[in-house]
Write a protein that binds this ligand. Structure first.
Ligand code: AMP
Ligand code: MG
Length: 325
């Protein structure tokens, strides 16, 4: 996904900063004409990203998520209320997506990570025993104590498909506190637009970054993409998506090359882009059409030219251009 060159900066003085955080480059652009403290606002927004990385990263052993993953099967771990609330929402997202989105997916991520390291595919019995650990039913949540644990051994959580979106929403809130009214936050291609004026966002050919296949406009909302091309496990020369179908245990492998979802919040766009990517074209588009406030652009095919599928709300409002961006 790329920003239109005529985005926020078209007719306003802007400042833009890029930092590496949450495993990706995050770019924040703020219109600064009437905003002398724009640079402070941007730095405060980056601090918010870093704070949430410290809260939600499974790669930091002492983060609350790291601790839940290490100790949660023995006894529930007390976590900050913010993380508890996010976990409760994630469980509801699993229900809404028929299990396509599932934060308890981490044992499968580990299984495929080990397979990548060894260079051999997981064995059937490993797959069966790992799949048994993946289910939001295994979560032990106590709202009263703000604790998270697991009913079974070996369960773990992973906020990889929701954490960045949540952080983008929080960062936008920080910008608003600084009275910023025009901003774009681009976290590795997931984009939030804080602006009453629309910004055009291009959706690019996953095989050719120069080739823009569609465009959507953002206006006080967000877009995120889940795709097969960008992050993957490599085993025996083959590439396997980093998005796992929690129902089969296998990396997603089908006709969909990317699922782009537009929603009122970056959290929703993040969650539903992952879920739609798991579900595939028909069930994914059905979910989008059945869920108020979501729109999608799905690219289908194994090689260029890809088919571009657009949800009915986008077609009606002509907020997307299938070609000639
Ligand atoms: P995204 O790029 O937003 O689609 O998120 C992918 C990341 O989320 C992966 O790197 C995993 O950490 C995690 N993940 C993989 N599969 C799933 C899934 N089915 N549900 C929730 N999280 C997932
Ligand atoms: Mg996601």
């Amino acid at each position: 996904m790329v920003l239109s060159p005529s985005g926020l900066s078209r007719d306003r003085a802007c400042i833009r900063r890029v930092r590496y955080v949450m495993g990706t480059f995050v770019e924040i652009e703020v219109a600064c004409e009437h905003q002398p403290q724009a640079a402070d606002a941007i730095e405060a927004a980056f601090s918010e990203f870093r704070r949430l990385e410290g809260l939600l990263s499974k790669f930091i052993p002492d983060s609350p998520v790291g601790q839940v993953n290490r100790f949660g099967s023995g006894h529930p771990v007390e976590v900050p209320r913010e993380m508890f609330d996010l976990t409760e929402r994630a469980v509801r997202f699993s229900e809404k997506t028929s299990g396509a989105f599932d934060i308890t997916v981490n044992p499968l991520m580990e299984l495929w990570g080990t397979a990548e390291m060894k260079g051999i595919l997981p064995r059937d019995e490993e797959m069966v025993s790992t799949l048994a650990k993946v289910d939001t039913q295994h979560l032990l949540l106590s709202a009263e104590d703000s604790t998270i644990g697991f009913k079974a051994p070996g369960c773990q959580i992973d906020f990889g498909a929701i954490g960045k979106g949540y952080a983008m929403d929080r960062a936008v809130e920080v910008l608003k506190r600084y009275e910023v009214t025009h901003a774009l936050v681009n976290a590795g291609g997931a984009i939030s637009c804080l602006d009453e004026y629309p910004s055009a966002i291009g959706i690019r050919n996953p095989l050719d970054a120069e080739d823009l296949l569609a465009s959507v406009t953002l206006q006080n909302n967000s877009v995120a993409t889940s795709a097969s091309g960008e992050r993957f496990f490599r085993i025996g020369g083959d590439r396997y998506s980093h998005v796992i179908d929690p129902r089969t245990g296998n990396p997603v492998h089908h006709h969909l090359v990317s699922a782009t979802v537009i929603a009122d919040t970056a959290e929703l766009a993040d969650v539903f882009s992952t879920a739609v990517f798991v579900l595939g074209l028909n069930r994914g588009m059905d979910l989008i059409e059945a869920t108020e406030g979501l729109e999608a652009v799905l690219l289908r095919g194994y090689s260029s030219p890809f088919e571009v599928h657009i949800s009915s709300g986008l077609k009606e409002t002509s907020r997307t251009t299938p070609t000639n961006f």
